[in-house]
Write a protein that binds this ligand. Structure first.
Ligand code: ADP
Length: 492
């Protein structure tokens, strides 16, 4: 085997320390999978106030104390803490860039009280990005590749191509920039640019300027050596359509030859119905009847009555526009006319919470809702539901549809991004793994739900679909190999 690579994976959230969405799952699983391939990979993340020192045995790295980071005219100080993520095979070191001022708060991107983004998010992630580079120098650990993720890390490629371009330490360092969600771009007023310390030449339309403002996401797109995103379909959507490209489709199209779609995997240890300790009864494709015990437990959790023959449609979601919740709202009364139960676990925007709350109040014997964050309920929904609903407006990759397949819970999804790539539509001959609809229209969603409900009546056919899904392999190994190959082409 050729020489193992050194990789630094930079992310603003990582399981099990801190999570708002799929990025945290990926930031834990992908580095572990890459390490299992024999490479040296470490993670850098901010040290948020919510990360428990005791629980994760976080310790100071003596060598990495009081690192000076310029923010505009000011000098701020970073300290570095360290911990590990470990599954049974690979142990990955995590460096936490710490600053009480910037990260010693409970929220990640937004205040938990006001739900508003922190006003100093520009400074927080300038500090983080520069802190990562300065940490590497102090550490004397030279990665071959720095793998950056989403806007919070977009300045790292920009720094390397400008103020660090003559620094011998970084001479051979290449960057990969992965888009997990293009809609969150980190756009700040022009005044924020001064705080970055980047040369004025970067504040142009060819650089990170975005209609008179500065865009962290654009910095990542323009200055990285290679761009990836988390499914092939999303890679196509974001460069060919204004709707998905969010104003950056031109920039992405220009870098087409450096853009790759690599679908996310799922953690087969955490999401495995055979070994899952958070569900009522464990099962596999040879014992799918045992799902009904989970169905019972799920309904009990939501105070709904159990009847074997009534299908449960489940959903776990951030309650935001992206997830197609307006479509569900529009068809809710039509959907609930059928003999079904509907359960939702979600947290997010008030308007959607209000809607689901009223939906539940109107149909208390059919609709169950839980607002908040709960791993336990998430696992129970995957295990206990018959169908899983994901009618996203856009979906870079999506994880829950893959968890659902693994648990024999048949996804009903909109054919976009990763949902298009990971779900095969069921035709009448019962090949396929789920029910897809194309146009973002309420009646199309309703049709897909009705198709699924009709198929459910034929339990033999339904079990075949469940088994088709359970036989899919979305483990990280395949995707991790693709990343490793990509790293290798850069380093050559
Ligand atoms: P996104 O990153 O857009 O939120 P993904 O499907 O990629 O969507 O990942 C979402 C992840 O967050 C999944 O692991 C899902 O189970 C989890 N999740 C979302 N909302 C909740 C919640 N309220 N409670 C527990 N887990 C949740």
């Amino acid at each position: 085997m050729s020489k193992p690579l050194n990789v630094l994976f930079v992310t603003s959230e990582v399981e099990p320390f801190v999570k708002t969405g799929g990025l945290a799952d990926v930031s834990a699983s992908l580095p572990q999978a890459i390490k299992e391939l024999g490479h040296e990979i470490r993670i850098a993340a901010p040290r948020y106030g919510s990360i428990s020192e005791r629980k994760f045995k976080i310790h100071d790295v003596i060598r990495l104390k009081e690192i000076e980071i310029p923010i505009g005219e000011q000098k701020k100080v970073a300290n570095v803490n360290s911990s590990f993520i470990a599954n049974t095979k690979a142990k990955v070191q995590v460096y936490f860039i710490a600053s009480k001022e910037y990260f010693g708060r409970h929220g990640i991107y937004a205040s938990q009280e006001t739900k508003k983004d922190y006003a100093d998010n520009d400074e927080r992630f300038i500090f983080f990005s520069r802190g990562v580079l300065e940490t590497l120098k102090r550490l004397g650990w030279q990665p071959d590749v720095i793998h950056c993720n989403d806007w919070q890390t977009g300045l790292i490629p920009a720094y390397l191509k400008t103020i660090y371009s003559n620094d011998p330490f970084f001479k051979n360092v290449k960057t990969v920039f992965t888009i997990h969600n293009l809609a969150y771009q980190g756009v700040f007023p022009a005044a924020s640019f001064k705080k970055t310390g980047l040369p004025d030449s970067a504040f142009t339309p060819e650089g990170l300027e975005f209609y008179g403002k500065m865009s962290f996401m654009k910095a990542g797109l323009v200055y990285s050596d290679v761009i990836t995103t988390v499914s092939e379909k999303y890679a196509e959507e974001i460069r060919t359509s204004a709707e998905y490209g969010c104003g950056l489709e031109g920039v992405i199209q220009k870098r087409k030859s450096h853009l790759h779609g690599i679908v996310n995997g799922i953690d087969h240890e955490i999401w495995n119905p055979q070994t899952d300790t958070l569900i009522a009864t464990r099962y596999d494709s040879h014992s799918i009847e045992s799902k009904s015990e989970n169905k019972k437990a799920l309904l009990k959790k939501f105070n709904l009555e159990f009847k074997e023959s009534i299908p449960i449609i489940g959903m776990i979601s951030r309650l935001v526009d992206q997830k197609g919740l307006d479509l569900i709202e529009r068809i809710s009364e039509d959907m609930i006319k059928a003999d079904i139960k509907f359960v939702l676990l979600g947290a997010g925007e008030k308007q959607y919470q209000d809607f689901f709350e009223s939906f539940h109040k109107k149909h208390p014997s059919k609709v169950g809702v839980y607002f908040g964050y709960s791993d336990e309920i998430a696992h129970l929904i995957e295990a206990g539901s018959d169908m899983y609903l994901m009618p996203s407006k856009y979906e870079p990759c999506g994880l829950n549809q893959m968890y659902s397949l693994r648990y024999g819970t048949v996804p009903i999804v909109r054919a976009t991004g990763g949902l298009e790539d990971t779900i095969v539509d069921v035709d009448s001959a019962t090949s396929g793994t789920g029910f897809k609809f194309k146009k973002y229209e309420a009646k199309e969603l309703l049709k897909a739900i009705h198709r699924a409900l009709k198929m459910y009546q034929d339990q033999n056919a339904w079990k075949k679909i469940m088994r088709n899904g359970m036989a899919q392999d979305f483990s990280w190994e395949t995707s991790a190999k693709k990343y490793a190959t990509l790293y290798r082409t850069l380093v050559k």
